[in-house]
Design a binder for this molecule. Structure first.
Ligand code: AAE
Length: 260
């Protein structure tokens, strides 16, 4: 392989890259999002500075079924998103993510810094109930339920588009070869080319079970506020760095040295 060939590779390993180059288009991406209240001090502790909590101590627990994802295939994901504020803007901090497919785990971590781990989420219609489950290492750690298509938001894709357009923030951490953090950044992402295809609201319930390696229950459910079921096509573009902890630490160290 020549240098040009190496530099053209989309990802590791060179023999059979884990994921291709984008664009990454998702068709019929189906969401179940249950919004609940938890304890404000846990939200504060779970948000890396300079992210700030919003006024209400709420968490969005999500299941996302992705049957047709270019480059990644068909998979399901589940996890926690915490609404927060960054420099005055309302954003969603992606706190935990669990999924069942290697290419989007590798790409999600390496490119955008999504906090992805391998597990077994499921989103399915069981009789009259939209049901999300998450199993980690053979144990059930989350179950969410919603009455199936009770209250249609048909003809109004605005709420879905607004929800999906909100800036997502990841804490991306990649060590260098010396084992120290080489990349430690907040990364912002805005989904594009969003085409809402259906939207339903209704009551929801959420059950979280403590597990050391999938600590979703570290944000306990105090009160369920409601559930949103929606389907959309969308594209995941590349992200942008909005905060760099390594550069900040280097600048602080240089300032300290200059002051000595
Ligand atoms: C590849 C990705 O990071 C997208 C997703 O799985 O949500």
């Amino acid at each position: 392989m020549r240098r040009e060939d190496v530099l053209r590779l989309p990802s590791m390993p060179a023999a059979g890259p884990s994921y291709p180059a984008g664009p990454y288009r998702f068709v019929n991406r189906e969401f179940l999002v249950i919004t609940y209240e938890t304890d404000p001090e846990l939200i504060r502790a779970g948000l890396p500075e300079p992210l700030e909590p919003i006024d209400q101590p709420i968490v969005h627990y999500e299941w996302i079924k992705m049957p047709d994802s270019s480059g990644f295939g068909s998979y399901t994901e589940s996890g926690l998103v915490i609404p927060a504020r960054l420099n005055g803007e309302e954003v969603n901090f992606v706190s935990q993510m669990y999924l069942d497919d290697d290419p989007p785990i590798a790409a999600g971590r390496e490119i955008w810094g999504f906090p992805k781990k391998y597990a077994h989420p499921k989103l399915e219609i069981v009789k009259d109930t939209l049901t999300g489950t998450l199993e980690y290492a053979g144990q059930l750690v989350a179950m969410g339920t919603m009455g199936y298509k009770h209250e249609s938001m048909a003809g109004n894709g605005d709420r879905t588009r607004a929800t999906l357009s909100k800036t997502q923030i990841n804490l991306k951490m990649i060590p260098g070869v010396d084992g120290r953090l080489e990349v430690c950044q907040l990364v912002a992402i805005n989904l594009i080319d969003i085409v809402p295809k259906g939207s339903w609201m209704g009551p929801g319930r959420l059950h979280l079970v403590p597990h050391v390696n999938a600590p979703v229950a570290d944000f306990p459910v105090r009160r369920c506020l409601g559930a949103h079921h929606y389907i959309a096509d969308l594209t995941l573009p590349f992200g942008r760095v909005v905060h760099d902890y390594v550069k900040e630490a280097e600048a602080a160290a240089a300032t300290g040295l200059a002051a000595e």
